[in-house]
Design a protein around this ligand. Structure first.
Ligand SMILES: Cc1cc2nc3c(=O)[nH]c(=O)nc-3n(C[C@H](O)[C@H](O)[C@H](O)COP(=O)(O)OP(=O)(O)OC[C@H]3O[C@@H](n4cnc5c(N)ncnc54)[C@H](O)[C@@H]3O)c2cc1C
Length: 536
């Protein structure tokens, strides 16, 4: 973290408490704890791992089987390479896009959806066809998606002023001035969505690698130097309903509110999407009962037999024209060395720096990460409602601590069984490290009790309906695009290969944590590797 940014964050710190402490309740249903395996991760930090006792050679080793690592594996396999291995410290693939399951079905432990892809993203469209999401094109070449993968209606509702209302924007009781501020904000977004540089490159687009790098555009927009909140103040967009809505959107996508993320990131959320479908509307999305776990399974088909879980990589070094990757096998409790021609580091930047040791050379500058907690509750029937709009896919509560819940059974047509609901909370504060420490001291029951505090207001009989619970805590859930993160040198530097042998792939490298960015970096790193293997 550079000093300017660090000071800015500390200066922004307020006395907002990290979280209200709830009395621990004894809950009458089983709860499983999922999420990142902090105990194994800490073994890496504490450096107490044994030296390797055996060595195996491999052409390519991929470290980390999140979306980026899996995407790299898929690209290598599709190019005909078979001599690669994919290692992850967790028992299964997927990183924070993994899914969990219970007797009632599957549910997401983290990532839940993919916005409609931009047809210009040819790699992503190839995956969409391969996994059966895109089933054809209309006569104008516009993609057609499988109906049951497109989020069905109603998509969103907001609990506001005592009733459920359609959409997430607060609309009830807006004054003329407030409505005018929403309209002015929309006009800004429309302009940003059309902004291109002299060569026709978009200023806001996904993946970030395709966006304009033109300095004149960056200077003109001057948006990555200030927070979104500062920019909104400057534009006179200050009314409470708009600011609540924009804070909610930033928390939802970045795990931090408009006071922390850059103005560039805040506008990017609204102005970067160009997905279309012949059978859906602009802004629609793809989702599955197991969330992006569906995409994990699709990618992992290419890594079958080559993905190994329970493998904590603890050192990566250059040695005699190869790369040595030291791995601790969590079950066998011993270390092994892989000697590889090429390595892809598909792990977060803060871990990559640690694994590389002296090789890191500036890559150990850590971005800020937002911690998240995700609580899944399986219900035996649809719960009682408080009036207004019926249950939607996304159910948001105005001015609540959490981000509301997603009905993970929304795409399941048979409503005989109760739903599995997925409650999201970004543990947003101005001090993510303190939030992470405090979060690690809480029990699974504490987190479920917190979620229930919110849910009981919406569904008075929810306690009687719950049959099973699951908690996933993601200490380093998402990189936060604070001012300077996207335009800064650290991010670009972190993606540079080392001696054309060690390559980097992770959503962190974009400064924005979304599926498309992780997928892009996995594909890009695989291309770098294939190029080296061809020329070597
Ligand atoms: C709660 C939550 C909700 C989200 N919702 C969405 C959503 O709906 N849509 C969306 O597009 N994005 C969402 N995201 C963002 C999500 O992070 C990305 O979509 C994507 O999953 C990131 O993939 P990745 O490969 O870059 O990283 P990661 O998921 O971080 O993968 C890194 C992998 O490396 C492994 N690893 C780390 N250290 C080591 C080591 N030393 N040895 C071996 N393995 C190691 C980890 O176990 C992990 O599997 C969400 C994130 C969170 C936290």
């Amino acid at each position: 973290m550079n000093r300017r940014r660090s000071l800015k964050l500390i200066a922004a710190a307020t006395a907002v408490p990290f979280m209200r402490c709830t009395t621990r309740e004894k809950l009458p249903f089983p709860i499983t704890m999922n999420g990142a395996n902090a105990a194994i991760g800490h073994a890496l930090r504490d450096g107490m791992l044994p030296a390797p006792s055996a060595t195996t050679e491999r052409s390519v080793v991929i470290v980390g089987a999140g979306i980026a690592g899996l995407s790299a594996a898929r690209a290598l396999a599709k190019a005909g390479l078979t001599d690669f291995i994919l290692l992850d410290l967790e028992s299964g693939p997927g990183g924070n896009s993994r899914a969990g399951s219970c007797r009632q079905g599957d549910f997401p432990l983290g990532a839940h959806y993919l916005p409609l892809p931009d047809p210009a993203d040819t790699d992503l469209m190839d995956l969409m066809r391969e996994c059966g999401a895109c089933v054809g094109e209309d006569e104008n070449g516009i993609p057609i998606y499988r109906d049951d993968y497109l989020c069905s209606h109603p998509q969103e509702r907001l609990f506001h002023q005592g009733a459920w209302r359609s959409g997430v924007r607060p609309r009830a009781g807006l004054t003329a001035e407030e409505a005018a501020q929403f309209a002015r904000f929309d006009a800004h977004v429309a302009r940003c969505a059309q902004a291109r540089d002299a060569r026709g490159k978009w200023v806001f687009t996904v993946p970030m690698a395709d966006m304009s790098q033109a300095v004149d555009v960056a200077d003109r927009l001057d948006l990555d130097d200030i927070t979104f909140a500062e920019w909104l103040d400057r534009e006179g967009l200050t009314c409470a309903p708009l600011r609540w809505y924009l804070d909610y959107c930033c928390l939802d996508d970045y795990g931090a509110d408009a006071g922390l993320v850059s103005a560039f990131a805040g506008l990017h959320y609204f102005a970067s999407r160009r997905g279309v479908a012949a059978n859906a509307e602009h802004g629609d999305l793809l989702t599955w009962p197991d969330g992006n776990g569906f995409l994990v399974k699709a990618l992992n088909r290419h890594a079958e037999g080559r993905m190994h879980g329970g493998q904590l990589v603890h050192a990566v070094r250059l040695t005699g024209g190869n790369v040595a990757v030291d791995v601790y096998d969590v079950v066998q409790q011993r270390s092994h060395r892989f000697l590889a021609d090429q390595v892809i580091m598909a792990v977060p930047r803060f871990i990559a720096g640690r694994l590389l040791g002296p090789l890191a050379d500036g890559r150990d500058v850590q971005p800020h990460y937002a911690p998240w907690v995700v609580v899944n509750l399986a219900l035996d029937a649809y719960p009682e409602e408080r009036g207004g709009e019926p249950m939607a896919w996304d159910n948001v509560i105005h001015r609540s601590r959490g981000l509301g819940y997603v009905n993970s059974s929304h795409q399941v047509l048979d409503r005989v069984r109760g739903p599995i609901i997925t409650h999201y909370r970004a543990l947003a504060t101005n001090d993510p490290a303190a939030a992470r420490r405090a979060a690690s001291e809480r029990s699974a029951e504490d987190w479920v009790t917190d979620a229930l505090d919110e849910l009981r207001v919406l569904h008075p009989d929810i306690d009687e309906r719950i049959v099973e619970g699951s908690v996933a805590l993601w200490g380093h859930g998402m990189v936060i695009p604070v001012p300077g993160e996207i335009s800064g040198e650290d991010r670009r530097r972190s993606a540079e290969p080392i001696e054309d042998r060690i390559h980097f792939a992770h959503s962190d490298l974009s400064g924005i944590s979304i599926f498309e960015e992780a997928f892009h970096h996995g594909n890009r790193a695989a291309r770098e590797v294939l190029e080296q293997l061809k020329s070597g």
